[in-house]
Design a protein around this ligand. Structure first.
Ligand SMILES: NC(=O)c1ccc[n+]([C@@H]2O[C@H](COP(=O)([O-])OP(=O)(O)OC[C@H]3O[C@@H](n4cnc5c(N)ncnc54)[C@H](OP(=O)(O)O)[C@@H]3O)[C@@H](O)[C@H]2O)c1
Length: 378
């Protein structure tokens, strides 16, 4: 198998290291795409994507450049040229999965994406395996190590969000622009990818409601502690009666929930299926070698023979009548008077059991940029 590597940053360099270390002659990185000629330091490097994408000798492309374009165009070109693809680019894959799967199926190629959700955890593979026997009814989990690190640190020390974010950045867990992580968009892509794999129900990631932790404060974590609850950013998706419900939301988990004990920058994901019941997977959701491990596992799966299935039609995301109680911290509690079940403090209230759609109408009316919302686990 001759591999073309697009992007040699955190993930790409990990792939290079693992493949080199395997010393398997059936398996080699033949060419590496770098962004500019100035970055060429080895004979196998090129800044010309066509040199890789049109090379008949290369049969698999690993895309770990990130971003939407030109990643999508290169992956499409690779598939159209009959090359199988492994990608770690969840944002691109969640958005263009239909188009990419169609091209892969048309050209008889494999398209693998293990590293796109759960990082190093063999989550996608397990979902595929469970689905061979069982119907999966729900998936949920801590799918972002950066936010887990921030919330765990705030819970343990009582520190404010800004300080916890700065520490995460100093440790390399959070990027200089942490928007995708702290606003929940990273988890949204992973939730969409998990749902499509678990249920065969692809959805537009933009249809999944997303609430992040940008406005969380030490007092919110303190409320959780006083009520035997731990705050985690949770991606969840459920499949009921043919409809898909999904959401990304901070949740005050009960202390007894196994997910509540998963701290630091770890990820933990759970699937519930008919005969297996709940099964949970914990590990590194990011990092050079753990993520590269997932990429190389995909390469081995392709080497051992697997093609891409035709895409299934996208489905709308609905709530399926799901209700929950919500914790609301707001400078404008009056806006939530109609749905308030309990006032926990001057600015903190607990809603009655309502749907998320109903809650969103009140959020809009409150027009409070410092608002913090979290679900309170039943
Ligand atoms: N890091 C993780 O732990 C992790 C975990 C799971 C998934 N992912 C996903 O994996 C992907 C890569 O992440 P990363 O952390 O490895 O990013 P990264 O360190 O920024 O690496 C990306 C590499 O791709 C190169 N690149 C970008 N655009 C290019 C272009 N047009 N032509 C050629 N090279 C290009 C960059 O070159 P320059 O150096 O010139 O910018 C860089 O070397 C992202 O989609 C990310 O979401 C990452």
């Amino acid at each position: 198998m001759k591999i073309g590597l697009l992007g040699c940053g955190v993930v790409g360099s990990g792939v290079l290291k693992i493949v080199d270390g395997m010393q398997d002659s059936s398996f080699a990185i033949a060419k590496i795409l770098v962004r500019t000629p100035a970055k060429i330091t080895e004979a196998c490097m090129t800044a010309d994507p066509d040199e890789i994408l049109n090379d008949a000798g290369i049969n698999v492309i690993v895309e770990c450049m990130g971003g939407l374009e030109p990643a999508r165009t290169y992956v499409l070109q690779a598939l159209q040229n009959g090359k199988s693809v492994v990608t770690s680019n969840k944002k691109m894959f969640a958005l263009y999965e239909q188009e990419l799967r169609t091209a892969a199926a048309e050209h008889g190629c494999a398209l693998r994406y293990e590293a796109c959700a759960g990082g190093g955890i063999p989550w996608i593979h397990e979902l595929e395996r469970i689905r061979r026997i069982d119907g999966i009814s729900s998936v949920r989990g801590i799918m972002n190590g950066t936010t887990n690190y921030i919330l765990s640190n705030m819970t343990a020390s009582g520190m404010q969000f800004e300080q916890a974010l700065a520490e995460a950045q100093a440790k390399g867990y959070a990027e200089a622009d942490p928007t995708d992580d702290i606003d929940g968009y990273d988890v949204r892509s992973k939730t969409a990818i998990s749902a499509m794999t678990a249920f065969g129900m692809p959805a537009d990631p933009g249809d999944i409601p997303v609430f992040g932790i940008r406005t969380v404060q030490a007092q919110d974590l303190a409320w959780g502690k006083a009520h035997n609850r731990i705050l985690k950013l949770i991606g969840r998706a459920e499949h009921t009666n043919g409809s898909l419900s999904a959401c990304v939301m901070p949740v005050f988990l009960k202390n007894t929930d196994i997910l509540a004990a998963v701290g630091s920058n770890l990820n933990a994901v759970e699937a519930v299926s008919d005969t297996l019941g709940p099964s949970m997977y914990i590990g590194q959701g990011a990092g050079s070698l753990p993520t590269a491990h997932a990429v190389v596992q995909d390469l081995l799966t392709i080497r051992d023979g697997c093609l891409c299935k035709e895409p299934e039609a996208r489905v709308p995301v609905s709530e399926s009548g799901r209700t929950a109680q919500y914790y609301v911290r707001t400078v404008n509690p009056h806006a939530f008077a109609d749905i308030t079940a309990e006032k926990a403090d001057t600015n903190i209230l607990l809603s009655r059991e309502i749907t998320l759609t109903e809650l969103c109408t009140y959020i809009e009316k409150a027009s409070d940029s410092s608002l913090f919302i979290a679900e309170v686990e039943k």
